[in-house]
Design a protein. Sequence first.
Length: 456
Amino acid sequence: MCGIIGVCNNKEAAKLAFLGLYALQHRGEESVGIVTFDGKEIMGKKDTGLVADVFDEKSLESLKGRAAIGHCRYSTTGSSTLKNIQPFLAVHKNKPIAVAHNGNLTNTEELYDKLEEAGSIFQTSMDSEIIVHLLARTRNGNKKKWVIDVLRQLEGAFSLILLIDDTIVGVRDPHGFRPLCLGKKDGHYLLASESCALDLTFAEFVREIEPGEVVFINKDKIESVFMNEEKPAVISHCIFENIYFARPDSFIFNENVYNVRKKLGAQLAKENNIDADFVMAIPDSGNYAAVGFAQEAGLPFEIGIVRNHYIGRTFIQPTQFLRDFRVRVKLNPIRSVLEEKKIIIVEDSIVRGTTSRSRVAELRKAGAKEIHMRISCPPIISPCFYGIDFPDKKELIASSRTVKEIADFIEVDSLEYLSLEGMLSVMKDSRNFCHACFTGEYPVKIPSNKSKYLLE
Ligand code: AMP
């Protein structure tokens, strides 16, 4: 998963891209990059780490130009190495072709083999590089035409921001798996993964880019074209963006994320309420559904765990003692709230089950008498090939264990998940969502080589 941003025709393009990425940090914490173009010179800076650690006033000043694109990465294809930091930039005919990609292509291997056969030499192990090669090879004549020709060859999930010459191009794949929105500031346009990035740059939200839409933005105008006008695809927004990934203050897929999460929590309470002293969340991911649950159930909402936001990467240490310390320092239970209480704890999802298990153990140590866990989505049983880093099927706890077995593993008194029907019932248009991770029904053909490292 990744966050992407594009700024056109603003003298502070790099600084706005930085602010946008700052707001999108939750979408990728591994590495970050910004590329700018001032009409003559192409500039860029990328590194591993968080947005605020990689860029400072001086580096942003050095990124000149009125056009900028940026990316923060959470790897889903290719390992987390220096060469795989985006935006991926190539200089072609003295002009930039750069790509910032969120999502996963599903025909990576076919395209890669074809390009390699034709002489392309790849520098990274990311599917995103393929797009740059295709663009460079296809460049001829009318820009809108050759860019669309390339995009039509891509399959899978791709929200893209491209910098081609002095044009910023925003793309959403025809299924609309990942979000992408358009904003306006001082009369000029921005593109961002989520609307929270527009808020931080003081830009006005204009609208979401439509599935299959391609917008070409330069200093004079914005033009919108559709990739497959004759053959509209099945809309397949990633439902996990709403459940966990996107920021609750963002507006994606036609709705505010916080509202959706609250509705999921309320629906969960309708399906699986139980008498308890209070409802609490595993922060922060469970907070919003827990509010909805408590309101619907008519139970008090309490904060039973405090999150420490100042946990740094320095804590990633190999010894068991330090790993335990990391769990403790991040989330600490409040004994006086929990002691002798029967609690309902709401979490957004269970993936491997290991963090939930350790949280529950902490709650017990802090004196909770009964722990009833409620999950605001159905059991995750299938991996994602469209851009969420859901592990191998065998690592997904619900793919091989019943709910009762998971409850035993996590050591809760009861465990209930939201039903698939219940989850879909709260979505504005339930037919427009991909729920493959819960059902194994993939809306786009999945790759034969399923490895995240298929290009390594
Ligand atoms: P666990 O109990 O280990 O399954 O961890 C569950 C928590 O990790 C939930 O808040 C999940 O939403 C969160 N999570 C979200 N995405 C992922 C992911 N790709 N891999 C693992 N955990 C994730």
